[in-house]
Ligand binder design. Structure first.
Ligand SMILES: *Cc1c(COP(=O)(O)O)cnc(C)c1O
Length: 445
């Protein structure tokens, strides 16, 4: 049997080695266990002393003035929006290709979301589509460094400055990523990120807000950290309410998370370096293969991927006789690359939550409950967003730089791409709804 015979059609698999810990994440050692036990034994689960140390570590790591720990990334981003002054009737701009938590909390503030298109290469917010989305009610732009790729921050910050709009970086996919020499999360007015255990900086239920802007930070404190909302607050209109839970929320981080987070952060750069070596090696091996393109910044750009969370590859069906990404991924999985699924997340604007749901009994859809314009009409103009799932597939997320094994995985992708003609006959195309993070009944679409 030829080793080029596709496994899907009866040939040998390209991946023959048991991966062992090649993909295991997070890496938990006795150091993490001891840190967690220490919190338990001291009964310090609900305190803030360990969290404040974690915040200090974070400030030093990113080189920012303020860091504030949260119980999850969703609330760190909600507090970032509140910090930027988003309120009733306001609009935020966000890509539709992201996780819910980048923008859905706008509803909580009485605000709404305008979805901007993404750039087909970076998969992040397309700065060229921002001005279409801006109105007098725009208060903030949420930038997502999607799948670890640093968004085009220079162009985004320039437009934000022109319209006096704040920029929130959602760094949940890209911890430690770099844009032209600057750490992600430190370029916009405020950064918010998830540290949940599926992410690159994997702690557990936890989130972090970072900023160099004292007022944004203080508003975030006031919203959900009443124990830290004290007379030291400098922002004048927050002073009268010190000690009160201004937002009605409690956002404190569990200190087992904070303690484990300190250990994870201590090792993060070294572990991230291994991931980067492995992932870049994988892509180097696939350079020039028809139909496949890396999703990573150019080597001499001064930018680098952050953590490679949920990394994808670009797919160019036009170079492979129109072979669907669904059929392509099926064949790659058959080669032993079990995680290779097609697509990315279903665009958020397609979900009923952003179309007709009346969450708070306004008597009209929450998306337009407090709006002076029907922002849903702008959803019609998202061509890249709507087509992108057919042009992406999941790649392995290597945690260790083990060349022999990585070569087997790269061989699987190469083999399928080079033998695409054999797959055309059985190709049934992509399903009508392609993509994951399906907190949604796909059949209802
Ligand atoms: C995971 C994630 C969040 C939310 O974080 P949680 O910690 O799960 O609340 C926000 N934005 C993006 C892009 C995410 O992937």
């Amino acid at each position: 049997m030829k080793s080029t015979q596709l496994a899907l059609l009866g040939g040998e698999k390209a991946v023959t080695t048991d991966p062992g810990d090649l993909f295991a994440w997070p890496i938990i050692t006795k150091e993490d266990e001891d840190a967690a036990l220490d919190v338990l034994r001291k009964g310090a689960m609900s305190g803030t002393d360990v969290t404040e140390k974690f915040e200090t570590d974070f400030r030093h790591w990113l080189g920012v003035d303020y860091a504030l720990g949260f119980n999850n990334g969703t609330n760190a981003l909600l507090a970032a929006m509140f910090g930027c002054g988003v309120g009733v009737g306001d609009e935020i701009i966000c890509p539709s290709i992201t996780f819910w938590a980048s923008c859905t909390s706008a509803y909580t503030l009485g605000a709404t979301v305008v979805f901007a298109d993404i750039d087909p290469d970076t998969l992040c917010l397309d700065p060229k589509d921002l001005e279409r989305c801006i109105s007098e009610r725009t208060k903030a732009i949420v930038v997502v460094h999607y799948f670890g790729y640093p968004a085009d921050m220079d162009a985004i910050m320039a437009i934000a400055a022109k319209y006096n709009v704040k920029v929130i970086e959602d760094v949940s996919h890209a911890h430690g990523g770099i844009y032209k020499g600057r750490k992600l999360g430190t370029i916009g007015h405020v950064g918010g990120m998830s540290l949940m255990s599926g992410k690159a900086l994997a702690v557990g239920e936890a989130g972090m807000l970072v900023s160099n802007d004292r007022e944004i930070y203080e508003r975030a404190v006031a919203m959900g950290h009443y124990e830290r909302y004290t007379g030291d607050i400098q922002t004048a209109d927050l002073q009268p309410y010190a000690g009160l839970p201004l937002g009605g929320y409690k956002f404190r981080m569990h200190q087992i998370s904070a303690a484990v987070g300190r250990v994870q952060l201590r090792h993060y750069e070294a572990r991230q370096e291994q991931i980067g070596l492995a992932m870049n090696y994988f892509w180097d091996l696939l350079e020039g293969v028809p139909g496949l393109r890396a999703h990573r910044p150019e080597q001499d750009s001064g930018s680098r991927m952050g953590g490679w969370y949920a990394a994808r590859g670009h797919y160019r069906p036009e170079e492979l006789g129109g072979l669907s990404v669904t059929r392509f991924a099926e064949a790659v999985r058959a080669e032993g690359v079990t995680m290779c699924s097609p697509g990315c997340n279903i665009p958020l604007h397609n979900h009923p939550l952003f179309q007709d749901a009346d969450v708070y009994h306004h008597g009209r859809p929450t998306r337009i409950a407090n709006s002076s314009r029907d922002v849903r009409l702008l959803d019609a103009d998202l061509p890249v967003t709507n087509a992108v799932s057919a042009r992406l597939y999941v790649i392995p997320w290597f945690k260790h730089f083990r060349k022999d094994e990585i070569e087997q995985y790269a061989k699987a992708f190469r083999k399928v791409a080079e033998n695409y003609e054999e797959l055309l006959a059985g190709d049934q195309g992509n399903p009508p709804v392609l993509g994951g993070w399906s907190m949604f009944q796909k059949k209802a679409l």
